[in-house]
Design a protein around this ligand. Structure first.
Ligand code: PLP
Length: 459
């Protein structure tokens, strides 16, 4: 098959997720055919660095034989097994045991889903179920943050603070509230320090809780670093101040580690990098290095016990998916976690992150870049009309989309989030590959700058 056949077949058959469908009909798809390490290759054989690890997920890179073998072996042995009605199997138990050991939650209980959205949807339901179980039926509202991304199912999209994921879908549903996005560069007052900004945001959160009535607010959800909202690293002291407000009003902290989990921010979890104390956690993506779909929710014992009592009363704990803890996905996830350990991937990522962050920071000198921000092996490069004031472009996303196209031309797959180029390469990336990634990005930025000047887009 060639690119033009692929385009015809794609356009005739697919409804693309998270795509501008109108633009797609004009431009057609980029068809990726194979991958190896941090590289993917399109149908014409052109090589690209996967600068976003697929969708922030292929931590071990492509073509890991051990994972393919594990999947094949498990398929031969037990291709399907479920956990409904007290059934169990070895891969699910082994994975739950490993996760229990890894996460910063004492004596956690692990529930499996297939995606980050399902994990966060389950989180909402667990919080509601738990509060009913302990006799707090009024304590149900969930607070998220503007620009957060927590998924697209009805409840998880109600947590997602991005207009495009809610508009015309009749979302959010009732009882979902939003507080500030912690983006110092965009939202701080002139002269406000990171600490002061964080204090103001914590005060705003407290005001929201008090105005709503603390007895009606059940949980707060946050990604340690916001990913799909534009790679937003919280200001200094932010989570400490937020956590104090949550503790004061007895509000659970749901830690969405779907992107940050498993070595992305320099530690096993973002919770450790930012010193936060989660009550519950959502895990997905790098849990299996994206070799198969799987996600997990970890809840503490104090939530689990009342749920046991409710299920006794109701007759069943009525939540779960056919593929909760699918044995092939679970076996691949166990092997993934083993490989992280055997190959010391988190330590490797933390080490090469120094070079990554240095190259990222250097982008702030580029004439198009307002802020280059990141932590560990995640970064965002925000292009603006005027870097001296941070003034954004008149039409958000146009320059970002152009730059993403130029990156593709130069052999780098990235994603633009508005005018921010998001970077999140596989954790196995080496220093020299990081160099190559940034060389390609800089070429794209130079092309974009020339185009911005030609089109007089600075306004
Ligand atoms: C932080 C976060 N939570 C949840 C999700 C949703 O995960 P999924 O796309 O697997 O449903 C994502 C996806 O990018 C995410 O980044």
């Amino acid at each position: 098959m060639n690119a033009s056949d692929a385009r015809k077949r794609d356009l005739a058959a697919l409804l693309h997720p998270m795509t501008n469908l109108a633009l797609h009909e004009e431009r057609g798809p980029l068809m990726i055919e194979r991958g190896k390490g941090i590289y993917v290759y399109d149908i014409e054989g052109k090589e690209y660095i996967e600068g976003l690890a697929g969708l922030w997920c292929t931590a071990l890179g492509y073509g890991v034989e051990e994972l393919a073998e594990t999947a094949a072996e498990q398929m031969r042995k037990l291709s399907f097994g479920h956990l409904f009605g007290s059934k169990t199997h070895e891969p699910a138990i082994a994975l739950a045991e490993r996760l229990k050991q890894m996460v910063p939650i004492d004596n956690g209980r692990v529930f499996f889903g297939n995606s980050g959205s399902e994990a966060n949807d389950s989180q909402v339901k667990f919080v509601w179920y738990y509060n009913n179980a302990i006799g707090r039926p009024e304590k149900k509202k969930i607070i998220s943050r503007r620009r957060a991304y927590h998924g697209v199912t009805v409840a998880s999209a109600s947590l997602t603070g991005l207009p495009a994921n809610q508009r015309d879908f009749d979302l959010p549903i009732a009882n979902f509230l939003f507080t500030d996005c912690p983006h110092h560069y965009r939202d701080a007052e002139p002269g406000e320090s990171e600490e002061e900004f964080a204090s103001r945001l914590a005060a705003n959160l407290e005001k929201l809780i008090v105005d709503e009535g603390p007895d009606t607010v059940a949980a707060f959800i946050a990604e340690p670093v916001m990913g799909a909202g534009g790679v937003i690293v919280p200001p200094r002291g932010y989570f400490e101040k937020i956590q104090a407000v949550l503790d004061k009003h007895d509000i659970l902290f749901i830690d969405d580690e779907v992107i940050c989990g498993f070595g992305r921010t320099g530690n096993a979890f973002g919770a450790q990098t930012f010193g936060l104390r989660p009550d519950t956690m959502s895990l997905a993506k790098a849990l299996s290095s994206a070799y198969l779909p799987i996600s997990a929710v970890v809840i503490p014992e104090f939530m689990y016990q009342p749920m046991v009592e409710s299920s006794r009363k109701i007759g069943i704990f009525g939540h779960g998916f056919t593929y909760s803890g699918h044995p092939v996905s679970a076996a691949v996830a166990v092997r993934t976690l083993e490989l992280y350990e055997e190959r010391q991937i988190f330590a490797h990522a933390a080490k090469v992150a120094e070079h990554f962050q240095a190259r990222l920071a250097a982008l702030s000198d580029h004439a198009l870049v307002g802020e280059a921000r990141g932590v560990g092996l995640i970064g965002g490069c925000e292009m603006v009309a005027d870097p001296s004031t941070g003034r954004a472009f008149a039409v958000p996303g146009k320059v970002g989309a152009y730059c993403m196209g130029r990156c593709q031309e130069h052999g780098l797959v990235v994603r633009n989030i508005g005018d921010t180029i998001a970077l999140c390469p596989p954790l196995v990336i080496t220093e020299s590959e990081i160099g190559e990634l940034f060389d390609r990005l800089e070429r794209a930025l130079d092309d974009t700058l020339a185009w911005v000047e030609r089109e007089s887009l600075r306004g």
